[in-house]
Write a protein of this length. Structure first.
Length: 205
C-alpha cells in the first residue's frame, strides 16, 4: 500500500509505523502536505475503497529521551572492531491524529493513518480529512477541543465538549487542572476541598 500511494500521489512521503503488539496493527504516517491527496486515493482506489472512517483520536507525545542502538568503530585489543552501543537520543514532543478506515464495499480494514504536527506549541496545524470522509467532522472537532490540533479545511472547527471561553486542552499530558472551582454549583468530595479555598463560607454549609 505504501508503494501504491507513492506512485499515485507524486511527492507523498509515507512511513510505516510498526506495532509490535499481539494484533500487529501497523500504521502509515503521512506528510501533511499530501494528506488530502492520499486520503482521496485511499477512498477512490478500486482495490481499496476505504469508504468508512470508524474512529479518529488524538495522541499527545511529550518531549522524551529515547535509547537507541548505534554501531561504532573502536580499537579493541589492538584491532578496529565494530560494536553496538546504546545512546540517548532526544525526541521533541508532537501531537498526532490517528484515523481508522474500513471498506464497507469490499469488506476489509482497518487501515490506520497517522498525521503528525511539527511540535506541541506553534506548529499544531494539520489538514482536515473531513472533506474526504464526512464522518471525521465531529471527531476532529473533539481532537481540536481536547488536544489543540488545528485542522485546516475543516468546515466547522469549534469546541464540542468544553465551552468557548475555556483556554486549555484537557487531554494534553501536561494539563494542570485548575483549583478554582468558583463556578461549581454543588461542590463535593475533592472538588469541595478545592472550593473551600475560594468560597469557604458557602462550603461550610
Amino acid at each position: 500500500m505504501k508503494a501504491r500511494i507513492e506512485v499515485a500521489v507524486p511527492g507523498a512521503r509515507v512511513e510505516i509505523i510498526r506495532n509490535d503488539g499481539p494484533r500487529a496493527q501497523h500504521s502509515l504516517l503521512l506528510d501533511n502536505e499530501h494528506a488530502v491527496g492520499v486520503a482521496t486515493f485511499l477512498r477512490d482506489d478500486p482495490q481499496l475503497r476505504l469508504d468508512y472512517c470508524s474512529n479518529v483520536t488524538g495522541v499527545d507525545w511529550l518531549d522524551a529521551v529515547l535509547k537507541e542502538k548505534v554501531k561504532v568503530k573502536k580499537i579493541l585489543d589492538g584491532a578496529e572492531k565494530e560494536i553496538e552501543e546504546v545512546v540517548d537520543k532526544k525526541r521533541p514532543g508532537y501531537l498526532e491524529a490517528v484515523y481508522h478506515f474500513y471498506s464497507m464495499e469490499l469488506k476489509h480494514g482497518p487501515v490506520i493513518i497517522r498525521l503528525r504536527t511539527g511540535n506541541r506549541t506553534d506548529q499544531v496545524h494539520l489538514s482536515s480529512l473531513t472533506p474526504v470522509w464526512r464522518g471525521c467532522e465531529f471527531q476532529e472537532r473533539e481532537i481540536f477541543d481536547l488536544y489543540g490540533i488545528v485542522f485546516e479545511g475543516h468546515p466547522d472547527l469549534r469546541r464540542i465538549l468544553m465551552w468557548d471561553g475555556f483556554l486549555d486542552h484537557p487531554m494534553r499530558k501536561d494539563y494542570v487542572e485548575p483549583d478554582d472551582y468558583e463556578y461549581e454549583p454543588t461542590p463535593h468530595d475533592k472538588v469541595r476541598e478545592k472550593a473551600r479555598r475560594h468560597r469557604p463560607e458557602e462550603v461550610k454549609r
